[in-house]
Design a protein around this ligand. Structure first.
Ligand code: RUB
Length: 317
């Protein structure tokens, strides 16, 4: 069966970053698998499986770095791949149920990270954040609503300026927020006596390295030099089972036009969208299961994936 127009449209939205952020992408992928299953019109189980695998492949191909995307797709597809069904109708129900489970888990995880992470915030804090992360916003908003008073410095996050989204959302909540150029981080850290840095994640590697928006590692290095706690907020479906077996995390290269539309003759532009922050610069990782040091990531991965190697795309971990 032809893939529904809506499925192609959402895949395109993820690619073009109209839907963005690792958690949102994962939920959109689960939602799209559900939508595709519901739109299936045929009556062959074999055909339904092949059709769903095509949707899964399309979704996974949209953006390469955030492991939340294949983790979400594989979670939903596991219900289909491992289930024994009498009819496409049964199989369809299993997909829909698994997608609903994932979305509910994800939303709950972001709320839980907010509750757990907000305990780390104190009145008087001056916090730097980078890019736009639902998990980070959840922490800041929860802390603010619980009565803690602090100031946030949001980086612009060139070239796509996701920091504007963060600044706008926090301002709407009434949280004092200052938008700063990315290049001002070190200067702001010193002059404003920053007390904490909190960022989100796209992927957490088995060694505790954090893959997040380009520029994160520079901020982590600066925080490390100034002994400022560097905190990462992430759901555990951003932990990468692939890295357990040594697979490197692919860093997305985005179109050069995002940096400069018409570069001068002879000027080459590179536009990597993410970077890796080494575990030595990460003080703690706030997850929905609690706060862990980067050293414990491998243990959590083991806990999450040992019984379900299929979720790691068939890679035995
Ligand atoms: C977004 C980004 C965010 C993480 C975490 O990159 O790097 O920090 O995805 O976000 P992009 P969340 O804008 O290129 O998708 O906590 O919302 O999952």
């Amino acid at each position: 069966m032809e893939l529904p127009e809506e499925v192609r449209r959402i895949a395109e939205d993820i690619k073009a970053m109209r839907i963005r952020g690792a958690g949102r992408i994962a939920r959109a992928a689960a939602q799209t698998l559900m939508l595709a299953a519901e739109a299936y019109k045929g009556d062959s189980l074999e055909d339904f499986r092949a059709y769903m695998e095509e949707v899964a492949r399309l979704l996974i191909s949209t953006r390469p770095t955030a492991v939340s995307l294949p983790n979400a797709v594989n979670y939903v597809m596991r219900a289909l791949r491992e289930g024994r069904f009498q009819s496409p109708e049964d199989a369809r129900k299993a997909v829909v149920e698994a997608a609903r489970d994932f979305i509910e888990y994800s939303l709950q995880a972001v709320r839980r990270i907010g509750e757990i992470g907000s305990r780390l915030i104190e009145t008087g804090d001056r916090i730097i954040t980078h890019c736009n992360s639902n998990a980070v916003e959840s922490i800041l908003v929860t802390a603010w609503r619980s009565g803690k008073r602090f100031h946030v410095y949001a980086t612009e996050t060139r070239p796509r300026f996701q920091g504007y989204i963060t600044a706008r959302n926090l301002a709407r909540e009434g949280i004092p927020v200052t938008l700063v150029p990315d290049s001002a981080v070190l200067s702001v850290m010193r002059s404003r006596r920053i007390t904490r840095v909190i960022v989100g994640a796209d992927t957490i590697a088995a060694n505790g390295a954090v893959i997040n928006k380009i520029g994160t590692s520079q901020i982590a290095l600066a925080a490390h030099l100034h002994r400022i706690p560097f905190i990462v907020a992430t759901e555990t479906y951003k932990f990468s089972p692939y890295t357990v077996v040594g697979q490197p995390v692919e860093i997305e290269e985005r179109p050069p036009e995002e940096v400069l539309e018409n570069p001068p003759e002879g000027v080459v532009i590179r536009n990597p969208a993410f970077d890796a922050t080494p575990p030595e610069y990460v003080d703690m990782i706030v997850t929905e299961r609690g706060i862990i040091p980067p050293k414990s990531v491998a243990l959590v991965l083991w806990e999450l994936f040992r019984r379900r190697p299929a979720e790691a795309g068939g890679v035995k971990v």
